[in-house]
Design a protein around this ligand. Structure first.
Ligand code: PMT
Length: 401
């Protein structure tokens, strides 16, 4: 799994730095190529000689080599790596990464890296529990980095708690699992709807909802990471794509979204409907701005196409359709009805009753239901992690069938 893979390791100042020597040996045994960057603080904990001997590559610490004047290009290092692991990641480096501070080779490489970045923190329990560290780790996760949570155990300070760096053997398994997952969806074409739709009332007004698109974009990112070809049909949002390889088609209204989805559907293997599509639109948008008048204003609404329903009717044997249900009451019952009506393979339920779930927030709390009933309920978590849970479920479903 790791044979020929190029692994870049960023080592920070922490007593756990000695564990990296063991990890490098394990990686080399698996046939990986390993390069190391150390921060100045890391030099106090382990020598570059040890790490360069084990990795069979020079260890880099500065932008410019003192003796030769040679430039260590952070850009080239970032492009070289298939994966960048920052371990042990100290509170200081985590904080700088979260805030775009770039005052050493490791941080400049982090900002330039296009490959997946894994962060394995190591610090004392109170530092790890501190709200600022937690906030920084959340930020890193929301940027698409992979966090390797620090497990509970005895710490160098003599205290016990969370903060130990994950053991080298476990880190190795996490990296192996990553490369296994990377190709899980290769060759599969995924269509994702995301965000709200805007239904025009007149040239300056529209009907819409509070969807930000975050859930759909997180799914697009996760599936692209795992090798899928992703067509993301997005309603109006301010979100940016994390990966250039995602094909985004921007639309405004439900009718536009429907047309684009229809055009893609025949060549789609998996369709995920995470958009909050307006069910109704003004029957005839006014050509000029509607003027204020003394009496009430009525606007006639007509039904929009139900994209999930229409594509459910066209679904062929091997295609998989995944829906969402945003509910305020009778959640399981309503979600089950939608699952059946729209001919979905499974449905992701989120409820406005749950604080931090649904529209706009960074987090979501979901349950997954299929034709056999409720399959799994998850805790409230960041939408990037929710996307991972949904994609894991999808992966089991398509690979087991
Ligand atoms: O965008 P965020 O701020 O991150 O918020 C995420 C979300 C709350 C929008 C998302 O998690 C979600 O629940 N999306 C579906 C919202 C919704 O419209 O649910 P619904 O229960 O009304 O629709 C059921 C399903 O039919 C959905 O898959 C929906 O995309 C689809 N549908 C609905 C109406 C319509 N005209 N066409 C559709 O395809």
């Amino acid at each position: 799994m790791l044979h020929g893979k190029k692994i870049l390791i960023g080592v920070c100042g922490s007593i756990a730095a000695y564990k990296i020597a063991i990890l490098i040996r394990l990686l080399i045994k698996q046939g990986a190529e390993v390069k190391i960057i150390m921060t100045n603080s890391a030099l106090d904990f382990i020598t570059p000689l040890t790490l360069s001997t084990l990795s069979r590559n020079p260890v880099l610490t500065q932008f410019q080599e003192e003796k030769t004047g040679e430039w260590n290009s952070h850009i080239d290092l970032g492009l070289w790596a298939d994966l960048f692991l920052i371990a042990p990641a100290s509170a200081k480096t985590i904080s700088k990464m979260a805030n775009g501070i770039c005052d050493n080779l490791l941080l400049a490489t982090y900002l330039s890296a296009r490959c997946p970045v894994f962060v394995a923190p190591a610090m004392d329990v109170d530092m790890y529990q501190h709200a600022s560290t937690k906030g920084n780790l959340e930020k890193l996760s929301s940027y698409g980095n992979h966090l390797v949570e620090a497990p509970y155990g005895e710490l160098a300070s003599g205290l016990s708690g969370e903060g130990r760096m994950t053991e080298p053997e476990d880190l190795l398994e996490i990296l192996k699992e990553h490369f296994k997952k990377k190709d899980e969806f290769r060759g599969l074409s995924v269509l994702i709807t995301a965000g709200p739709t805007h239904e025009k009332i007149d040239p300056v007004r529209f009907i819409s909802n509070f969807s930000s698109g975050k859930m759909g974009y997180a799914l697009a990112d996760e599936l692209a990471k795992r090798g899928a070809t992703v067509n993301l049909v997005s309603g109006p949002t301010h979100l940016r794509l994390k990966q250039a390889k995602i094909n985004r088609i921007q639309v405004s209204s439900a009718q536009d979204m429907y047309k684009v989805c229809l055009a893609f559907y025949e060549k789609t293997d998996i369709a995920i409907f995470s958009a909050a599509v307006a069910d109704y639109r003004p029957s005839i948008p006014a050509e000029q701005k509607i003027k204020k008048s003394a009496g009430p204003l009525s606007i006639e609404l007509v039904k929009n196409p139900d994209i999930a329903f229409e594509l459910g009717q066209k679904k062929k044997n091997k295609q998989v359709n995944v829906g969402f249900a945003l509910e305020t009451d009778n959640e399981i019952r309503n979600a089950t009805l939608k699952l059946k009506e729209k001919n979905l393979d499974f449905i992701v339920l989120n409820s406005m009753q749950d604080k931090g779930a649904g529209f706009s927030s960074e987090t979501n709390k979901i349950s997954i239901l299929d034709e056999t009933g409720l399959k799994k309920s998850f805790e409230l978590k960041h939408k990037t992690l929710v996307a991972k849970d949904i994609v894991d479920f999808l992966s089991n479903r398509i690979h087991d069938s």
